[in-house]
Ligand binder design. Structure first.
Ligand code: F6P
Length: 359
């Protein structure tokens, strides 16, 4: 009988409880014991280790669709990674994790996380030797290389779409444009997908240069006096500071375009998990459990078309655009971004959406 554990790390998103539910169910069917590490790696640093034994009733099916994480995603306790990085105590932090894992005597650990957690796990892989480490990608940012989707992204797109559907009615009543700022860090995929779904007239993303005069001309050329301008939080405007949506809104106002800003914020990480994310969570849970059965380690589950496969963490790290995380300069993270040949860019321009400077 195997003894495995699951933890969720980084920013939460919808779909985490579904994946926990599916892992526990699949492990129980295999006759394995499953533990949940509470608060991600912070829980491993706590004394005593913050861990609970889980069964199929711990996250029942009717709660599996709920946003957030039953296991929580992190809590400032005695020592956590950010604190360790800031105070030069990474070695001590890594040793604490290693000691905790030895104490738990696990056969496998499923880490449900984002590119920061995976990069960290790979760079400090010694911590996880002697057990099978399987990572499941989740993030609303969809900035993890080598997978066709991350858990939580589809729900975030849905949340943004329904948010914009609501404000479009207000926009129409008041003859106003709304500049909606999406999350996504330095990856514009969330803004691009939701922008197309909503029918935005302009989508500004960090990966593509844009020109404010062109944007203004485009909005003035639209045969309507209201609509949505989707702005990813990662865009910058030379010589300007503040929130990206505010910067764009000021430019539009100066050009005589009546507008307001809107910030859906954490609503993007909330909401009942959409069916697409539930299916993805189920596929990834099965793939992760199969990987453990096959004694794979240092792998990540990845969606490829309709299938879920495992890819080595080494490939994940090598495939990403490796950059320093501004919040944790001690760590370099493998990121994925919108590529210039992304078919959705072609779809957007074919719909007459302004997506930045072409060519
Ligand atoms: O990575 C997910 C994300 O929601 C980003 O889109 C956003 O920039 C960030 O997390 C917000 O982080 P925090 O919850 O720490 O404010």
């Amino acid at each position: 009988m195997k003894k495995i554990a699951i933890m969720t790390t980084g920013g939460d998103c919808s779909g985490l409880n579904t994946v926990i539910n599916r892992v526990v169910l699949g492990a129980s069917i295999r006759g394995w014991r499953v533990y949940g590490i509470v608060d991600g790696t912070d829980g491993l640093c706590c004394k005593p280790i913050n861990v609970i034994e889980m069964n199929t009733e711990t996250v029942p099916i009717e709660n599996a669709r709920l946003a957030g994480s039953f296991l929580h995603n992190g809590h400032a306790c005695m020592l956590n990674f950010e604190k360790a990085a800031q105070t030069g105590r990474i070695k001590e932090f890594n040793k604490t994790l290693r000691d905790a894992l030895i104490k738990l005597k696990l056969d496998a650990l499923i880490l449900v996380g984002g590119n920061g957690s995976f990069s960290l796990a790979w760079l400090n892989r010694e911590i996880y030797r002697d057990l099978s480490l399987v990572c499941i990608p989740k993030t609303i940012d969809f900035d993890i290389p080598l997978t066709d989707r991350t858990i939580g992204f589809d729900t975030a797109v849905e949340q943004l779409t329904s948010y914009c559907d609501q404000i479009l009615l207000t926009a129409r009543s008041h003859h106003r444009w709304f500049v909606v700022q999406t999350m996504g860090r330095d990856c514009g995929r969330l803004a691009l997908y939701a922008g197309i779904a909503v029918g935005a007239d302009a989508i500004l993303v960090p990966e593509i240069k844009f020109d404010v005069d062109e944007l203004v001309q485009h909005i003035k050329s639209v045969n309507r006096d209201y609509g949505i301008i989707m702005v990813s939080e990662g865009i910058t405007l030379r010589g300007h500071s503040g929130r990206p949506a505010d910067m764009i809104a000021r430019k539009l106002t100066a050009a005589g375009i009546t507008n307001r800003t809107a910030f859906p914020d954490y609503v993007q990480r909330a909401g009942d998990t959409v069916a697409g994310d539930r299916l993805l969570a189920a596929k990834m849970a099965t793939c992760a459990l199969d990987a453990i059965e096959n004694n794979e380690t240092y792998v990540m589950t990845a969606l490829r078309g309709n299938d879920c496969v495992t890819v080595p963490l080494a490939e994940f790290y090598a495939a990403g655009d490796v950059r320093a995380d501004p919040n944790i300069p001690a760590v370099k993270t493998a990121n994925a971004y919108i590529e210039p040949d992304d078919p959705l860019l072609r779809v957007a321009s074919d719909l007459g959406v302004y997506v930045g400077v072409s060519g």
